[in-house]
Write a new protein. Structure first.
Length: 191
């Protein structure tokens, strides 16, 4: 059962002091948000709007924070791409989607995604499949392929690359004579 907050009795004679300076409030909100982690300009603007900071004050304070380097969408995007690609193995498409949700502009996203070349993306996909391959042993080739391709698709890899990487991994596994499914690697589903 939730407790009700008791309200202080309203006393019109009570002096609450001067009203808060909107710029001071905005700076405090931004500093609190940025203490936890880097945020995009849009995320911070949304936080200020949620606290009823006037738009012109929000813009002025955000500009100031940008000038001193506390708000930097390009640095945020670069860091996000490096971190999420390394830790979760996300493909360019998934990374771009996440950055768009954060409000980062497409030009900034494109610049950050240039860090990842096609060979690195394929290598990451191969590593992801290799890590999951053993867990699918005992399943027929079609089911294994669906699971592995689906895993890569959820991480943003395109169907062509995902199918090729999975097909190659299953073929290599069969060539090594790894016990698993009784159906050959040629039984994979069509792209």
């Amino acid at each position: 059962m939730a407790r009700r907050r008791q309200r202080e009795p309203e006393d019109p004679a009570r002096d609450l002091g001067p009203p808060a300076d909107p710029e001071s409030v905005a700076r405090t909100i931004l500093l609190n948000k940025l203490t936890a982690s880097a945020k995009s300009r849009r995320e911070l603007a949304d936080a200020l709007a949620a606290k009823d900071v006037p738009a012109e004050v929000a813009t002025r304070v955000l500009d100031l924070f940008e000038q001193v380097g506390l708000v930097d969408d390009a640095a945020l995007a670069d860091s996000w791409v490096r971190s999420r690609q390394a830790s979760r193995g996300l493909a360019k498409r998934a990374l771009a989607h996440e950055l768009r949700r954060k409000g980062v502009e497409d030009e900034v996203i494109a610049g950050s995604l240039d860090q990842i070349d096609a060979d690195a993306e394929r290598t990451t996909a191969e590593a992801l499949v290799a890590a999951k391959l053993r867990g699918t042993q005992g399943l027929d080739a079609v089911r294994r392929t669906r699971r592995l391709v689906g895993m890569l698709a959820r991480k943003g890899y395109g169907p062509g690359l995902a199918s090729a990487v999975v097909r190659e991994a299953l073929k290599n596994e069969a060539a090594l004579g790894v016990p698993g499914d009784d159906v050959g690697p040629d039984a994979v589903i069509d792209e």
